[in-house]
Write a new protein. Structure first.
Length: 87
């Protein structure tokens, strides 16, 4: 019987918060978008992480061989959970 290494990927929802000051709702929305762009690029830890795993994919399956690994297949959907709508 052969041995295989299976790596999966999945989404976790993470949340952060920040405060903006604005003179109108429209200005608050624009400042929120700018702040969100900055926050999304942050290397820091998010404020909260929802540990419910969602929308999984099998990143790859490799067969273990005597002299290394051999790719069998990659990027395989295995469920129909789509947090961003169907593609």
């Amino acid at each position: 019987m052969a041995e295989y290494i299976v790596k999966i990927g999945f989404w976790l929802r993470a949340y952060d918060a920040f405060t903006v000051e604005a003179d109108s709702d429209a200005e608050a929305i624009e400042k929120a978008k700018a702040g969100a762009n900055t926050a999304i690029q942050s290397q820091g830890r998010p404020e909260d992480i929802d540990l419910e795993r969602r929308e999984g994919v099998i990143a790859y399956i490799d067969r273990v061989e005597p002299h290394g690994r051999s790719e069998v297949i990659e990027n395989i959907a295995f469920d129909d959970d789509c947090i961003h709508g169907s593609s």
